[in-house]
Design a protein around this ligand. Sequence first.
Ligand code: V0V
Ligand code: CO
Length: 144
Amino acid sequence: MTAQLLTRIDHVGIAVRDLDASIELYETTFGLTVASRETNEGQGVREAMLHVAGPPGEASYVQLLEPLAADTPVGKFLAGRGEGVHHIGYGVVDVAAALAQLEADGVRLVDERPRHGSLGASIAFLHPKSVGGVLTELVQTAAR
Ligand code: V0V
Ligand code: CO
């Protein structure tokens, strides 16, 4: 048996064409509140985290992602599939340790090392071809 790596659902990442319009949609439809807005050049996105549940460090969010350019992961996704669910971000205790274990288990990694993510988190992506077609993100939240 494999020890449980995923501790919770941190966020659902949704590819959108217009970040401001999508924030407005989630605010007015569901009453959600924006917890953060960031531009992440390394990931090629402008994004917002809308809080759904839980206290900081254990919270879950909807992450709305607008591409900075066509030739970025979210830009290519929008061109190929249109707006919709782009990835799932799961909480892990230690993202570097999780990557090492998954790589040893033969899972295809997108990121060999953790990257900078929203709200100060350390993140890393697993390739959708290794996870049943789902782009999967590991999230280690910032130490409080
Ligand atoms: C592509 N594919 C996907 C997919 N994107 N499948 C499921 N979900 C997705 N989101 C499939 C695509 O349909 C193709 O399948 C195949 O992968 C190759 O697609 P491609 O368009 O040629 O794309 P690639 O290979 O150039 O790039 C795909 C990967 C890329 C997954 C490697 O999107 C990537 O590096 N993603 C990780 C970074 C990222 O997504 N950043 C934005 C979020 P077929 O047609 O061959 O079957 S940033 C974020 O979440 C942050 C900052 C945060 O949470 O804090
Ligand atoms: Co994400």
